[in-house]
Ligand binder design. Structure first.
Ligand code: ATP
Length: 299
């Protein structure tokens, strides 16, 4: 095989409940991941060394060496296989960079799937999931796709049955937000207000809405504990969320700055995209559906 193409989706967090800070600096989370139809594509071709090239919006903000998460993933896979494999990776970015949609983690997952195929390693999804968990807490979900609850740092995944398709609009922002900075701001705000933070629990309402495919109920149940911190660091997000008030629900995606709005139907999603664009509160408004499968080998 001389080249393998893999398509991998972005995620939105339908619930992101952040527990108190732990001794190791991480937080215990309840993270309801939902894979949506904004895709990066990775093409892995034969090569003697591991190299990467990145195309698309924000490509200049993505490292093109060993720090690239796709390269790190390919290295981890080669180490696991015990051989110094090479590959040229091409990443076509559609997932906003540093946008709170786990684009880097998605590329890492895609690289695992692509190189497993290119190198003929024949590792199972379970084997890849183990390597993925060591690469970062969002990487296993990008392999799995669909909708799933993550606990621990987010990496222990339980897939959820979902009774329908949900229609989304994503308001993409100019520039990104640093995930560690948003967590630090969240901790600072909690400390400053003396907020008592309980153990994070999945929302029963949210799980029922997903099971029933009930978008009205889902719109009311989505929540993100990082949202106040993301807004504090990027005040304009309050205006973006306000501009989407006709959605069934609106939320900052993960650590932001992308905002996700739930629509009643594809037509409603298209109308919302037009009004968000007209309000001038985003770089672009992109429509997508969820859930969709995780990293998949394409043609
Ligand atoms: P998350 O939602 O998982 O916290 P994010 O969506 O906010 O992450 P990413 O797009 O994953 O952010 O990018 C985070 C940082 O990772 C970027 O600043 C970028 O420099 C770096 N990075 C490394 N490899 C990649 C990659 N393949 N694609 C995107 N970013 C990458």
């Amino acid at each position: 095989m001389t080249s393998v193409t893999v398509r991998v989706p972005a995620k939105v967090n339908l619930q992101l409940a952040v527990g108190p800070i732990r001794d190791d600096g991480y937080h215990d989370l309840v993270n309801v991941f939902h894979a949506v139809s904004i895709f990066d594509e990775i093409v892995a071709s034969e090569g003697t060394a591991l190299t990467v090239r990145v195309e698309g919006h924000g490509a200049d903000q993505v490292p093109d060496g060993g720090d690239n998460l796709a390269v790190r993933a390919a290295h981890a896979l080669a180490t696991h296989a015990g051989r110094p494999y090479g590959a040229s990776l091409l990443i076509r970015k559609n997932i906003p960079v540093a946008g709170g949609m786990a684009g880097g983690s998605a590329d890492a997952a895609a690289a695992l799937v692509a190189c497993n195929e290119l190198w003929g390693l024949g590792l199972s999804r379970d084997d890849l999931m183990e390597i993925a968990a060591d690469l970062g807490s969002d990487v296993p979900f990008a392999l799995l796709g669909g909708t799933a609850v993550g606990t621990g740092r987010g990496e222990k995944l339980t897939p959820l049955e979902v009774g329908g398709v949900f229609h989304w609009v994503f308001a993409l922002a100019d520039g990104g937000l640093s995930t560690p900075k948003v967590y630090r701001e969240c901790d600072r705000m909690r400390e400053a207000t003396g907020m008592r933070v309980g153990w994070p629990e999945p929302s029963e309402d949210l799980l029922a809405a997903l099971r029933d495919g009930d978008s009205v109920r889902l719109g009311k149940a989505i929540s993100n504990d990082l949202q106040p911190a993301a807004i504090m660091l990027r005040r304009s997000l309050a205006r973006t969320l306000e501009a989407g008030h006709e959605a069934l629900g609106g939320i900052v995606s993960g650590s932001g700055p992308t905002c996700a709005f739930l629509a009643r139907s594809p037509e409603h999603a298209a109308e919302l995209a037009v009004s968000l664009t007209a309000a001038g509160v985003c770089r672009a408004a992109v429509i997508g559906d969820g859930p969709v499968p995780g990293a998949t080998v394409g043609s």
